[in-house]
Design a binder for this molecule. Structure first.
Ligand SMILES: [Zn+2]
Length: 209
């Protein structure tokens, strides 16, 4: 893999990566979630890719130079920046927004932040049934992703992690999986200020996780 994968820089020019990811969303018809889009991008062989003939697309495997981890970080940042949106009424399908146009046309540069180190997801937690409302499961991959995001944000701001959001709040977010700022605002420990500061980013993590 490349330098970005091996030794993530603080900020890198992710324009080409963004274009590849946005193109893959577009070519697969803007009706699939993150998992399938990344499988196509990475050129994986899956039953779903076979079924839809997505291995025939020009974008099939164009992202193979980067790791799955790098692509997940790129995807999350594109969602947070509003270049991609997650359609929760269509099983989390990724869709392009107007903001994606200038990037696809090469008129805009996309600088991406460092790829954060995310905790390894054990096989057990990956296949465990998703936790229902109110269930506190610290093995929940989404909870771990939220913690990784919080650590990254705390490092950037130079403050302790609990100043960003408490563990209890992260657990509740992981259990409820809010899709909108309004739903997120119903969670205890998230006042207006925190919602303004971190709401979009948290929704991005939830959408991707
Ligand atoms: Zn790479």
């Amino acid at each position: 893999n490349c330098d970005v994968c091996l030794n993530p820089p603080t900020l890198w020019d992710g324009t080409e990566a963004a274009q590849k990811l946005l193109s893959t969303v577009y070519r697969t018809g803007q009706r699939f979630g993150a998992g399938h889009v990344l499988d196509v991008l990475l050129g994986k062989t899956t039953e779903k890719i076979d079924r839809f003939g997505h291995n025939q697309l020009s974008v099939f495997g164009i992202g193979a130079a980067h790791t799955d981890k790098v692509w997940r970080a790129v995807l999350r940042q594109l969602v947070v920046r509003g270049l991609l949106e997650v359609d929760h009424t269509a099983y989390g399908a990724l869709k392009l927004t107007q903001a994606a146009r200038p990037v696809l046309k090469g008129e805009e540069t996309v600088m991406l932040r460092a790829i954060e180190v995310r905790p390894a997801r054990s096989k057990k937690s990956r296949f465990a049934p998703s936790s229902g409302e109110g269930v506190h499961n610290d093995e929940d991959p989404l909870f771990l992703s939220l913690r990784a995001w919080r650590r990254e944000t705390a490092n950037e701001k130079g403050v302790p992690a609990y100043v960003i959001l408490h563990d209890a709040t992260l657990r509740e977010i992981a259990a409820r999986r809010p899709a909108t700022l309004a739903k997120l605002g119903e969670i205890s420990g998230l006042g207006t200020k925190k919602l303004e500061a971190y709401g979009e980013a948290v929704l991005g993590v939830v959408a991707e996780g």
